[in-house]
Design a protein around this ligand. Structure first.
Ligand code: AR6
Length: 176
């Protein structure tokens, strides 16, 4: 089983094979961690996203529907890949949010495995602009990763990269 780790830090500087981006369905960039990743990776990342978006323009809810994930290179980042996934906007919890958030983690890990990724870093998807309560998001994230891990034997290291102390302490408790 892989190592599950939690750290406080900036996901753009992680030395891993893949970092996960909390993107939006357009794949055309945005604020928060999405903005930080695009700034750090440089313009080639948006170019790749544009191509994928064009190929997927007819997908309902697309180019990347909520809960789905796509993979690109990583431009100037030290990671080899960026996996762009789209978390749910929090609407109170009865709009399938937890299943959609679980799907982000699951699809990202499966895509990583397909691309022979051995180490992967996740941000706290949906807990910024999309307003998902941090405690509920952390529990859903850890549960989804634990459930998917048996299907991704090639992944040796999974890092939850927290950007605030509240998330850090939530993950530290869950992973104890
Ligand atoms: N490294 C690690 N985590 C970060 C970083 C960073 N450099 N910057 C922010 N975070 P958010 P969402 C944390 O808002 O809620 C974008 O506009 C942040 O503190 O980035 O899924 C997209 O295009 C929070 O804990 O993503 C979408 O439109 C977590 O990353 C929308 O925001 C996620 O916050 C997605 O909203």
């Amino acid at each position: 089983m892989p190592q599950l780790q939690v750290i406080m830090g900036d996901i753009t500087t992680q030395n891993v094979d893949a970092i996960v981006n909390a993107a939006n369905s357009s794949l055309m960039g945005g604020g928060g961690v999405d903005g930080a990743i695009h700034r750090a990776a440089g313009p080639s990342l948006l170019e790749e996203c544009r191509k994928i978006a064009a190929q997927r323009k007819d997908i309902p809810g697309g180019p990347c529907p909520t809960g789905d994930a796509v993979i690109t290179g990583a431009g100037k980042l030290s990671a080899k890949h960026v996996i762009h996934t789209v978390g749910p906007v929090w609407h109170g919890g009865d709009q399938g949010e937890s299943e959609l958030l679980a799907s982000c983690y699951r699809k990202s890990l499966l895509l990583a495995e397909e691309n022979t990724v051995q180490s992967i870093a996740f941000p706290n998807i949906s807990t910024g602009i999309y307003g998902y309560p941090k405690d509920k998001a952390a529990a859903a994230a850890v549960a989804a990763v634990n459930k998917t891990m048996p299907e991704t034997p090639g992944i040796k290291q999974i890092i939850f990269v927290c950007f605030d102390r509240e998330n850090l302490s939530l993950y530290q408790k869950l992973l104890k």
